[in-house]
Design a protein around this ligand. Structure first.
Ligand code: SF4
Ligand code: SF4
Ligand code: SF4
Ligand code: FES
Length: 679
């Protein structure tokens, strides 16, 4: 046999010798150089449809498609030159401009921590509850607690809103956690071999615990220090028992300790050790000490006995202090802490409980369900009132003078501003006043750390590093201050990655991923059957207002599965393997830059178990060619001309699909999520 002639060329500075007739693509591959490609498959030979594999060849006036251009002696190829990358990026942007798919579900994108809601909802729908908990725990360690308290921004974005009501994502989350705890079948969590590095975390709330959970799994020795007698932070001391039973939270914090994390309670920086000394004990430190100070109302009479901060009152109840608030109590504020405070006041025996809020119910930041449940428990709402003065007698609260308000122009967040109505006031008799208008961090003991003008710790918004080497800070104590628990968890996940990178001698710089997202309206779901959201069973108000037992009774496995089955499965099944989005990220291609009209879009299933989604097809023709040449069937073809071209059964003949071998070769080779194996 004749030995083929060898051609020597240069690719990205490497000398490569390959047989004559080899494509540049294969030559690069032989040299270990990957050239992005969408429409190429070695077995099928060159095709040259997508343009993603372009390379620059010296002294060649045009860019060459590496999958079809052959090598030549002395050729000098650049696969990553500025020109090659720009042309490749343009090819990808052209393809993405006509690509109509959701890489990830809006639920996941709108969760601050990007918890994979779609995945665990599906696992619940399939009765795989332990898998669902494992999915949630890829992001954070407290599904039973967070499922109970989270104001669920995921549900606000849920596409099922366009049909009737969102999926009960948060309730499903805690259903799965409760069920798995009951069944005792949680998947064990793997802990990597010890790195020999020590991390100290200040604060045992959602942020500190999440950072500890992640860092322990990666092999670091973690100790969490907290000023309170038990771990959990605001979840334990700021959320009442009737919403989140302490025993459930304890089970989840115990599971973190079981990974080898050490907990040290009743420890306060500044009192038990100064920060510089604390730092010297560890290779890295995470400050996540939360926001434990109630914001003052700044009205006359605030110093009177009987005036409480919202979180101070809630904490006093949790720690068994039995605060004496008397019979008539007013809570000032409209957020969830105000709702927790008013409902707790009812439970500790107040006869008349008012919520004083300066706007109307519509503008209240508290969750609607919390307001409704408070009303059911007898709380009275005084809308469009603001505290003007707390009235006192013998040093104690005896009432409050309220300024009557009205709504003016919208503020920067679009909420109409409350403005005082000149000269209009009202007085109510009270025994105590609880100010639940906000909370802030306590900077005491952290003078070594840079602060923002707000008094919070200044940390990098991306990786939560501070100006002190090896010191990271996240959660309610940093930057913008107090927010929702899942927001603090999101920051802790980034901080944990940064700590891990630091301990391994590197630096973590988060990059915002490029994703394809669809814009849909009710019209897109007009044909969907309406299915009501499963209702959470609850204890009746007249019973629950007398004790701290949990209000919600939880979903049954059947109800949870039925609810989970309502999910529209918005995110793409192929996200992990999709070449299109991988290359778009690699080249930072802008999905929307060249967006115009879309190709005709439809989803159909005319092959045995292959669902074809034409909206995601980039017309690379691989499926057509693989069906004809590899499966030897030739069932698929390009139908239509120009912009109207689509992939359909050959000659639009549905009968042709009867001979489909169900080999899945088309789906396996599709570079995008346009072909899906179902069933
Ligand atoms: S096919 Fe790829 S780019 Fe398109 S939605 Fe699916 S994962 Fe995203
Ligand atoms: S329908 Fe399902 S996948 Fe879509 S946003 Fe809602 S929960 Fe997520
Ligand atoms: S469906 Fe066929 S033509 Fe469309 S992207 Fe997939 S393999 Fe290419
Ligand atoms: S044109 Fe070469 S891989 Fe598509």
């Amino acid at each position: 046999m004749e030995t083929p002639e060898l051609i020597t060329l240069e690719i990205d500075g490497q000398s490569v010798s390959v047989p004559a007739g080899t494509t540049i693509f294969e030559a690069a591959k032989a040299a270990g150089i990957e050239i992005p490609n969408l429409c190429y498959l070695k077995e099928l030979g060159p095709y040259g449809a997508c343009g993603v594999c372009v390379v620059e060849v010296e002294n060649c006036p045009k860019m060459l498609r590496a999958c079809s251009a052959k090598v030549a002696p002395g050729m000098v190829v650049h696969t990553k030159s500025e020109k090659a990358l720009a042309t490749r990026k343009l090819a990808l942007e052209l393809l993405m401009g006509d690509h109509d798919g959701d890489c990830q579900g809006p639920c996941k994108l709108n969760c601050p921590a990007h918890t994979d809601c779609q995945k665990y909802v599906k696992e619940i729908a399939e009765g795989r509850f332990a898998d669902a908990v494992a999915t949630i725990k890829e992001t954070f360690p407290l599904p039973a607690a967070i499922g109970r308290v989270c104001p669920h921004p995921c549900e606000k974005a849920c596409r099922r809103n366009l049909v009737e009501e969102p999926i009960s994502i948060a309730q499903l989350k805690y259903f799965a956690a409760d069920q798995v705890r009951k069944d005792g079948n949680e998947h064990p969590i793997k802990v990597a071999a010890s790195t020999g590095k020590k991390v100290g975390i200040i604060g045992g709330g959602p942020a500190g615990l999440t950072a500890a959970f992640k860092l322990a799994q990666w092999g670091h020795a973690v100790t969490v220090y907290d000023q309170m007698p038990e771990m959990g932070g605001m979840l334990r001391y700021g959320i009442p028992e009737y919403r989140l039973p302490k025993a459930i939270l304890k089970a989840e914090t115990d599971a973190i300790a079981a990974l080898g994390v050490t907990f040290v309670n009743d420890f306060k920086i500044g009192r038990d050790a100064d920060f510089a000394k604390f730092r010297s004990w560890f290779d890295a430190v995470v400050v996540a000490n939360g926001a434990w100070k109630s914001t003052a109302m700044r009205v006359k009479g605030e110093e009177l006995q009987g005036v409480w901060g919202g979180i101070d009152f809630l904490r006093a109840v949790v720690t068994g202090e039995k605060p004496d608030i008397g019979e008539r109590v007013a809570i000032v504020g409209g957020g969830n802490t105000a709702m927790d405070a008013c409902r707790t006041a009812v439970r500790v025996g107040a006869k008349e409980v008012f919520v004083v809020y300066r706007r109307t119910r519509k503008e209240m930041p508290a969750e609607d369900i919390e307001i409704t449940e408070a009303e059911e428990e007898g709380v009275k709402f005084k809308f469009l009132y603001a505290p003007d003065e707390i009235l006192g007698k013998d040093g104690k609260v005896c009432g409050m003078r309220l300024q009557v308000m009205e709504l003016g122009e919208p503020d920067e967040r679009g909420r109409r501003k409350p403005v005082p109505v000149a000269g209009k006031f009202e007085e109510i008799a009270l025994d105590s006043v609880i100010a639940a208008i906000g909370q802030r961090n306590d900077p005491e003991g952290f003078a070594d750390l840079p602060q923002t003008p707000k008094g919070t710790i200044a940390a990098d918004e991306g990786n939560f590093s501070t100006t002190l080497p090896g010191v990271f800070a996240c959660g309610d104590t940093v930057n913008k201050g107090a927010g929702i628990a899942i927001g603090a968890i999101a920051q802790a996940n980034e901080a944990a990655l940064a700590v891990d990178a630091y301990l391994r001698g590197g630096e973590y710089k988060p990059v915002k991923p490029i994703l394809s997202e669809r814009e849909l309206t009710e019209k897109d779901f007009a044909d969907r059957p309406r299915i009501a959201r499963v209702k959470m069973p609850q204890r009746p108000p007249e019973e629950r207002r007398n004790d701290f037992k949990e209000v919600n009774l939880g979903l049954s496995p059947e109800a949870a599965q039925a609810e989970a089955k309502r999910c529209l499965e918005c995110g793409c099944h192929d996200f992990e393997d999709c070449k299109l989005i991988r290359y778009a990220n690699l080249l930072q291609a802008d999905c929307k830059r060249l967006h115009g009209d879309y190709h005709p879009g439809f989803v159909e299933q005319k092959l045995v178990t292959i669902e074809r989604n034409q909206r995601k097809c980039v017309l690379c023709n691989l499926c057509v060619r693989v069906c004809a040449n590899e499966a030897k069937q030739g069932l698929l073809g390009l139908v239509g001309r120009g912009f109207k071209t689509v992939i359909k059964p050959e000659f639009q003949n549905p009968g042709a699909t009867a001979v489909c071998k169900d080999c899945h070769l088309c789906a396996d080779n599709c570079p995008t999520g346009a072909l899906k194996v179902i069933g």
